[in-house]
Every structure is written in C-alpha cells, then in structure tokens.
Design a protein around this ligand. Sequence first.
Ligand SMILES: Nc1ncnc2c1ncn2[C@@H]1O[C@H](COP(=O)(O)OP(=O)(O)OP(=O)(O)O)[C@@H](O)[C@H]1O
Length: 459
Amino acid sequence: MARILIIGSLEAELGTAARIAAARGARLAVAEGAAAGLERLRGEGADLVLCDVMHDVAWLIDQMAAERMACPVVACGRPDDADGAVRAIRAGAKDFLPLPPDPDLIAAMLQAVAGDPERPVVRDQAMASLLARAEQVARAEASVLIMGESGTGKEVLARHIHAASRRARGPFVALNCAALPEALLESELFGHEKGAFSGAVASRRGKFEQAEGGTLLLDEIGEMDPRLQAKILRAIQEREIDRLGGSAPVKVDVRILAATHRDLASEVARGRFREDLYFRLAVVRLRIPALRERPGDILPLARHFAKRYARANGLPQRGLAPAAEAVLMAHPWPGNVRELENTLHRAVLLAEGSSIGPEAIDMLEHLPAIAPDAVPLPVALPVAPPAKPVSALVGRRMEEVERDLILETLSHCLGNRTRAAEMLGISIRTLRNKLHEYRAAGVTVPPIPGQPPFALPVG
Ligand SMILES: Nc1ncnc2c1ncn2[C@@H]1O[C@H](COP(=O)(O)OP(=O)(O)OP(=O)(O)O)[C@@H](O)[C@H]1O
C-alpha cells in the first residue's frame, strides 16, 4: 500500500487526486504547507509526496536533500501554469501532474512507488509451490531471504508475504539498498537526531521506525556496504536501532524481508557479505525461478498484463492470437516478468486487429545500459522487432539508436512521459534530460498530451 503525503488543500482539484489515490488503496496524509509537510516526513515518511505548486516545492526539495530524505516529490498544478511546472522540475521534482488529475497517471504513479496491489499471477507448478511455501512462512516472524534474477517478482512476493502475515494491518515499507549512496541509505534506514550532520535541523524517523508493527523489505541487500550490514545485524538481533547522532537506542518491532539477485552464499565466501547477517536473514530462503524455468506462467501473466494495460490506456480488451502466444512461449525472457510486462504494454498499444497478433510483440534486445543514472534496466536498449534484427543496428552510434528508441516509445505512448519512462525502464528525470538535449539539438519531440509543444520546455 503506497503511503502518499499530499501538500496542499484538499478542497481544490488536489482533493480529486487524493480521492483517486485513496480509492486505489493508497494511505494518505495531508499537510497544509511545505513546512508542515516536512514535519510529517520527519515523523512518518512517505513513498511519494504530491505537492501543489502553490507551495514552495523548491524549498521542500532542498530541505529534503539537506536532511537526507530520498522520497520522490511530484509537483501538481494547472496545466496552463507552465512557469510553476518548470520551476518545480528544475528544483528537482520527479514529475509534474496536471490538475484535474488523469486517473491513469495516478494509477501509474502508485504502481511505480508501491508495485501491483493484486495477488501474484501464478500457474506453473514450480511457482505455485513456492507461493504456498511463502504463505506458510508468512505467519511466522522469521526473516525471509528472497532470491531470484532481476524482474522475477521478488518485491511482489515480499508484499504477498506481508499481506498473508499477522502484520498485514501494519505498514509495508520497502527500500532499495542499491539505489542510494551510503550516507543517504543510512539515514533513510535509521533516521537521525537533530544536529547529526550539517543539514539535520530536526530529528527524523527512518524506515525501521516507519515500519513499526509491520514489515521492512530490504531490496538488493547484496549491494549494501559492510558497515551498514553490521547495523542491520544489530537491528535484527537486538530489535533496536540507533538513529544517527542519537544517544539512546530506539526499540523497533519490525519483520525483515530481504531480496537479492546475487548468490549471497558466494558473496559470503568472497568476503563481501557478512556471514552472521546472511544466516540471520536466510532463516527461510525462497528462490523465485526465472520465467524461462516456469513456462506455465508465461501466458497467464501475458493475459493479465494485456488486460491491465488495455484498461489503463482506455483501449478495448483483446485476447492474444495463437501466433502471438507462440512467439511469447519461444522467447527466453532474460528480463523475466518485468520484460514480459513491458512487452505486453507495448503490444497493447501497437495491436490493431481484434486480437493481439505476433506483429505487435516487439521484443527488446539486451544490450548494456546506456544512461548512467538510469534505474537498473529491466529490459535494455535498443528496440529490435523480429523483422529488424539487431545486426541491422550495427554501424549506428549508440546515442543515435537510443534517441530513436526514446522518441519512438514516446510517440507510442502518445507523448505521455510517465508511461514512456516506465516502458523504457528509465527514470522520468533521465527521460526529461534526454528530451531536453534532443530539443536543444533541434529534434522534434512529441508534446505532452493536451498541451501545446512549447508549454514545458524542460520536457
Ligand atoms: N507473479 C506476478 N504476477 C503479477 N505481476 C508480477 C508477478 N511477478 C512480477 N510481476 C510484475 O513484474 C514487475 C517486476 O516485479 P518485481 O519488481 O517484484 O521484481 P523484482 O524481482 O523485485 O525485480 P528487481 O530485482 O529488479 O528489483 C512488476 O511490475 C510486478 O508487478
């Protein structure tokens, strides 16, 4: 369940955004202004902040950075307030949500921060027995280590364990340990006292305290620095944590789930992961098979995503043609469920007939990530439909291929930045920076839907 902090008045159109988010299961908190919002973030944290551009978004973002808070901020305002939008984006807002809000955009934002609230789709026997085991261990209090390749559904499984546990009514808090530099990760996890570092003007509770009575997922734990590994071990063993700069430990009642795509046992053997922490975390180990190891899940998942993305895009529901099913079954899915999801998202947008045919199944080739600040690429660049093998791209410059892919994806998404970034597996900010570069080089960029092309010069 996503925890959203809304900064602004609910009487205006922001209230509509709040109602849509609440109807989709988000847990809401409201603050009247940026200072009050910051105060709530120090206390309870949030997965996402929606801030009306009437308030000082730039101050809020600066303050959050100074206090080492990593939560994304989305600015909201009238679509004709281009100045407000530009200011907010320049200040570091992740996105601009035009009001009145588009329910699909809110759904996409919620999904991006909190994953899919639905039950995992499972058909293959390998996965069904894993799910049964997960439900069985959910009721215990032991830590669980979830292993599996990237995109196999580790976070989905963690949420399922939380939902099936006695802590289901408590919060589920997730933190990606690979996404943050060490200092930021430390204060995200443990919080800090006033004066702990130069920007710490007030005390703040970290994720451990925010997850009180619930579950904390430490995603990509294999990437964690050994110093922080020691602190996590202490939190599990002693059930208490130390805020940065704190003088007394704080008791915490939190169940820890950890996920990794690495083979942690061999990380231990290489001296890169603490053995004692490994044994603490791995009381129960669940390994999610790669999608190619559970072919029985491919078509049920594909149908599920086809339905979901048709609904999200306001398109008619279409089934998969047998030839399209054959293409899906023949692919090895190195990017696992996330790759399948992106493929079906594209297919729903590309399909033209009464069913989704093989021509709409447009697999991506797997090349190394290009953008250095992109989120780990679940499916990599560039596009190579079956009729255009990757060899056709040989001789072209990487940045040129990347540009074509980005612009093409954006026009498939009818200019919708949030969806395009999601499909490309990069952050909205990376997408925006790229578009800005292209525009500066004189390339035509599809406008934001419902806005004139010049309204938002930053993309
Ligand atoms: N069984 C499933 N049913 C429905 N959706 C799924 C399932 N498994 C994965 N997904 C979807 O696939 C995407 C990737 O899943 P998830 O983020 O849980 O993978 P992950 O293994 O945690 O990835 P990473 O290692 O990159 O963090 C998500 O959008 C998720 O909703």
